[in-house]
Design a protein around this ligand. Structure first.
Ligand SMILES: Cc1ncc(COP(=O)(O)O)c(C=O)c1O
Length: 431
């Protein structure tokens, strides 16, 4: 990314443009996950053929400095050599056995080493599966139905967490499912208290992203998570931290370590698999013991805990044991964040910068975003223009005004300086 002249479009994307037309005839919307479409920002999607470190290469041969991080997994950058090697060796030894391997044992030990709240764990294949299974487990364990979640949170695409009027709702859900999911505003303990009292004796679980990543990066206000923990204890229900995104990103040990609040169950995904598809859920032994074959709650999976994913995950967690990696993540993210903050302050721009660890958002709004209602007042049109200016000049942000962007340990100081320079040019154009 060398072009400081924002007006001269540095990338030419004819091949992506024609691929995006053709693929839309075969795959709905041209994407296998709607987030990937450019629905919000307009234009055609970019097709990639390679990703290495902080850089993405598209099918027209353009390079982009990547702040999508594959929506979270690329915490060490793309294709870290030792993770690739571990996965290759695992494939060569047999990609899937459908029976236990020692890699599952080692991976379980690795996660538990990072997260003391986990006494037992199950590995699945995505964050969605982890959340779906944790909710079923909480219902089976408590014998209760209702799940409380927070407006604007994203917990994947299982029915229980879409059965609401949050920004990721869906047609095709049973009415009964919708009724058993109750929404309450993030950062509002009074509202949670009212919801719990209203459904007293019927609530199985409260599920929360301890730091929200899909309505702008929204931090919990002081004592909010402690308050949620206490209310869950008072009402004797299961507190689930959805750390699919935050797990390794906001701190070593996740948001639960950062804020000192211990959930009953935690869901994981994304960065935990070293780029391989992964999900996991775990927590108190007493609750996890309700799972079949010892208990009565069913959850299964042909590819769950497969050797390739386990090998990738073990290596990622081994690399993340080194505090130096977290220092690099912090240094690079702070460099980017402070650089952009200085630009915003200089010109008093109506932009909120919010971050936790290596995830951040540049929110086009003149007021801080503390909850879903705040996030709805974002200037999406201006964001779209900003997004395309950066994209055209080799900086890839999430194609969404509210989803978290990610920095990796592979970003160099030069990457960040170049990005700040490009952001400065883009701000001048959009404001
Ligand atoms: C907090 C959170 N939970 C769950 C999920 C779902 O994970 P997956 O996309 O792997 O199914 C996501 C994905 O964005 C997420 O951010």
């Amino acid at each position: 990314m060398k072009t400081p002249d924002i007006d001269a479009k540095a990338v030419k994307t004819e091949n992506s443009q024609s691929a995006s037309k053709e693929i839309a005839t075969l795959i709905p919307g041209g994407v296998n996950s709607p987030f990937r479409s450019f629905h919000e920002v307009g234009g055609h999607t970019i097709f990639f053929k390679a990703a290495q470190g902080s850089q993405l290469t598209d099918i027209d041969g353009n390079q982009y400095t990547d702040y999508l991080g594959a929506w979270g997994p690329a915490i060490l950058g793309h294709s870290p050599p030792s993770v690739v090697k571990a996965c290759q060796e695992a494939v060569e030894s047999g990609a899937v056995f459908g029976a236990p391997s020692l890699l599952e044992l080692e991976m379980a030990k690795s996660v538990i080493r990072h997260f003391p709240s986990i006494q037992q764990i199950r590995f699945v294949n995505s964050g969605t599966e982890a959340v779906m299974s944790a909710i079923r487990l909480a219902r089976g364990y408590t014998g209760k139905d209702i799940v409380i979640m927070f407006e604007g949170a994203y917990h994947g695409h299982s029915d229980s967490v879409l059965g609401s009027t949050t920004h990721q709702s869906s047609a095709g859900l049973l009415g009964a499912t919708r009724e058993r999911t109750v929404l309450t505003p993030f950062n509002d303990l009074d509202a949670l208290t009212i919801a719990l009292n209203k459904h007293c004796g019927q609530v199985a679980a409260v599920i929360i992203e301890p730091v929200c990543g899909s309505m702008g990066v929204v931090l919990p206000e002081p004592d909010f998570l402690q308050g949620v923990r206490k209310l869950c204890d008072d009402h004797e229900l299961v507190l689930i931290f959805d750390e699919v995104l935050t797990g390794l990103r906001v701190a070593k040990g996740g948001a639960q370590a950062l804020y000192g609040v211990s959930p009953d169950l935690t869901t994981f995904g994304k960065a935990l698999g070293g780029g391989m598809p992964i999900g996991a859920y775990g927590g108190k032994r007493e609750i996890m013991s309700a799972l079949m074959p010892i208990g009565e709650v069913y959850q299964a999976g042909t590819f769950s805990g497969n050797p390739v994913t386990m090998a990738g995950g073990i290596e990622v967690l081994r690399l993340l044991d080194d505090d130096a990696v977290y220092r690099v993540l912090e240094t690079r993210t702070a460099q980017l964040f402070n650089g952009i903050a200085a630009l915003v302050e200089d010109r008093s721009l109506p932009i909120q910068l919010q971050r936790a660890g290596s995830m951040f958002s540049i929110i086009f709004s003149d007021h801080p975003v503390l909850n879903f209602q705040d996030s709805k007042r974002i200037d999406a049109e201006r964001f779209a223009k900003f997004f395309h200016l950066l994209l055209d000049n080799g900086v890839y942000l999430p194609p969404s005004s509210v989803d978290a962007a990610c920095v990796s340990a592979a970003h160099t100081s030069q990457d960040i300086d170049d990005t700040i320079e490009m952001v400065e040019h883009a701000f001048k154009r959009v404001f």
